[in-house]
Design a protein around this ligand. Structure first.
Ligand code: HEC
Length: 127
């Protein structure tokens, strides 16, 4: 009985540890205002606004893929849109609606994603 319970607890700990490691890799170069898992969850939530145009699978059908972009490139690019240094009507208004925290969360989240091309056949069949 004791052993069984201990083993289950161990599994939970291991899962938490793995999630933590993945999040850490993703946010290593970012600011750390939020704890990493919260930040990624927030980024995922916010990304729904983006993936209506930027495909979740990383395919470029006229709109550039933003899957797996490096965090600093992502943030810099979005700041160009915010300030108008880079002009695109859609992205200027999308970027201007985001605050710093949201930008960081999105950067962290998209950096963790892999396009199907990068991931190879493992995601074949998924949408
Ligand atoms: C209505 C469609 C649309 C939505 C929604 C949208 N984008 Fe974009 N995005 C575009 C288009 C079109 C471009 C290419 C613009 C250009 O040429 O500068 C672009 C470009 C970008 C780029 C630059 C990519 C590169 O390789 O230079 C980034 C980063 C980006 N978008 C992030 C986002 C994020 C983050 C969101 C959600 C908060 C978002 N976009 C929502 C249409 C959209």
């Amino acid at each position: 009985m004791m052993t069984e319970g201990y083993r289950r607890h161990g599994m939970v700990l291991l899962t938490a540890l793995l999630l933590g490691m993945a999040a850490d890799v993703a946010t290593r170069s970012g600011a750390h205002a939020q704890s990493a898992p919260d930040k990624l969850a927030y980024g995922k939530h916010l990304s729904q606004e983006c993936t209506t145009c930027h495909r979740r699978d990383g395919a470029d059908k006229g709109i550039p893929s933003i899957i797996g972009l490096k965090e600093d490139f992502f943030v810099t690019t979005m700041k160009f849109y915010q300030t108008g240094a880079r002009t695109n009507q859609t992205m200027n208004s999308v970027a201007q609606a985001l605050n710093e925290e949201q930008l960081q969360a999105l950067a962290a989240y998209f950096a963790t994603l892999k396009s199907e091309a990068q991931a190879g056949k493992s995601t074949k069949g998924k949408k």
